[in-house]
Design a protein around this ligand. Sequence first.
Ligand code: ADP
Ligand code: MG
Length: 732
Amino acid sequence: MQLTDPLSSHFRLQEDQKKALARLNLKTIRDLLYYFPVRYTNVSEIKLIRDLVAGDSATIYGRISKLKTRKAFKTKMPMGEAEIDDSSGTISVIWFNQAYMAKMVHEGDNVELSGKVSEGKHGLFLSNPELKEKNVLPIDTHGSLFGKDSGEVFGFPIYRETRGITSRFIYHAIQKIIKTGIIKTAPEYIPLEILKKYNLPTLGTALVWMHSPMTENDATAARKRFSFEEVFFIQLARKIERENYLENKSFPVAVDTNDIDDFIGRFPFKHTEAQTKAINTMLTDMQKPHPMARLLEGDVGSGKTAVAATLSYAVIKNRPPKSPPLNPLLGKEGRQSYGNLQVAYMAPTEILATQHFENFIQYFKHTGISVGLITGSGCRKFPTKVASAKEPWTTISRAQLLKWVANGEIPILIGTHALIQKSVVFKHLALAIIDEQHRFGTMQRKKLVTKEGFAPHLLSMTATPIPRTLALTIYGDLDLSILDQMPAGRKPIITEIVLPAHREKTYDFIRTEMAQGRQLYVICPRIDEPDPEKEGAVQARSVTAEAAHLRKIFPQYSVGILHSKMTPAKKDEVMEAFSNHSIDILCATSVVEVGVNVPNATLIIIEGAERFGLAQLHQLRGRVIRSNHQAYCYLFPQSTGDTALKRLKALGQAKNGFELSELDLALRGAGELGGTKQWGITDLGMEAIKNIKMVEAARTEATAIVQKDPSLTDYPEMKTLVDLKKLDTHFE
Ligand code: ADP
Ligand code: MG
């Protein structure tokens, strides 16, 4: 057996098992060893059915069957009944007055039940047991898994299951692999000094402890090692990316302070101190001969676009070194910028790209400098001889636009991903601005480097507030600037938690606001009804069902729908309709999160608010911060438990998104933070993110290694893994 062997060469797999393994992305022996338990079950809590006596409080694992509901003979009380079998014996289960319990499980489910053993006419039964877990690892009391070995382990690993694969299958497969002794051949890839320094187990030990811990401490130590490892490798990969990028040449940007002050002075507002500071920092960065790599973090509405515009202006006033003098034959307009350094500004959607284009026209119209727009649906150029008040730009062909970008006649190009296609060639691209993208990967950056080895200065911008530990990890390749200040005069959003009894009153208030012409967002946690995965549980409101509901509540207004399963073109169409007010109410999932700007929408309802993270709620709320009218955010929680409400209350109190993201991290379990989906970090890795000491340790070590040996020549195993990590993270 080799770590790289495919699982199918050592295990006889059925078709559905093969599919399940593929779904979990488990291909090799190594993959399976790295499929870690989600938790452990403490053996000492478990009782075998054959050992139960009346009066016991017991936790039982077993397979459930004979599910039924009925009414009690005399009292007509609704009851749920079942039988549970753990292969040592069988016992009846009765849920008095809780008939629905029998509907929360299915015939044949493996469950963990916890309750009191009672004695009735027909013998022992479990009375109103609590359903602790569904689809848990069934405990095989006769096999090697339990029974005689049970004294040797602290707990049984429970693995996440999927259709076709049980936790039990995974357990046995992993135990079989461990028994071959192959783990001993797995080379340690983290330098031993580092492991010693932080008291972390070596790879072999950690793998065994992870899958068969003898004590709780073993399990904890193993988890610690692998969560450290995850953030360590991400940071290492990022630091190396950074080093590589900084090795490129860049176009130094000379700064004419008076000229820039003049540009800034023309904005219809005064820059905030935070904006000024960020601008100055980046102007200093861009004077250096190697490229800037910086992240600008700022809450929604903090004014990142103005920062981007000012930096763009500074850049395009420069000419590349040793460039020929301007062609005197060019017209006035062309002479302003022809052949100068160029800027690319990339937005995640067409609507946003178009909004930036329109803003830039306002900021640049006095300069005569050309600005281009490229999206999937066409190209535009400003200025134009055929301008109208409504459309100061003109539509041009893609070919024409590309020609003008390639010869340097258009110095500022704004667009969607269309901007980094192969066919888009810049003459002297000196600054790339990337708006609201979680990561701009290595491959994408490489595309921007010219044949001559010039790389643009890189400015990533994000409104997604994340905790410091997470920023240090996923943005380890970037320097950080923060806009921690809102423009003066913004009215804070009035945020209210609305309990079910006050729903109608809130709708009434919203009606009066809408009568004055305001628009409303309604955010739902899900797209469709019902979610079959969550059968039996209380279902979150869905966009489709809620839209129908809203049409009844607000019959005089038109309701539009927006969610991620719609095509980009359809999404744009709906947003456009909301933007020009042909739709009054937009019922959406959290896809509206990304910086769309509809100043007239001043009302937002968030259904099932407790299901969202605080930072995410804050961002959703940011949708209504854009105008001079007072904005309102209504949180409609579905569950009104104390913890849910306490968390939501924080939203009214916290100063900014960063504070909320820290709070989220502290209040929620690692598994609830959505690390995998958003950042490509596993739940285990998120455990490290919750631990500032661990993240800083990983950062210190990663930095030291990269400084000493940036190409990891002395660490071949580590290099292989870092390369894998780089590939992993090209997800956006
Ligand atoms: P974001 O950081 O979310 O991208 P924008 O750049 O879209 O924010 O700015 C939000 C709004 O605030 C815009 O209408 C912009 O014109 C305005 N704005 C930006 N900076 C200032 C400022 N210093 N003072 C007043 N308004 C500002
Ligand atoms: Mg923005």
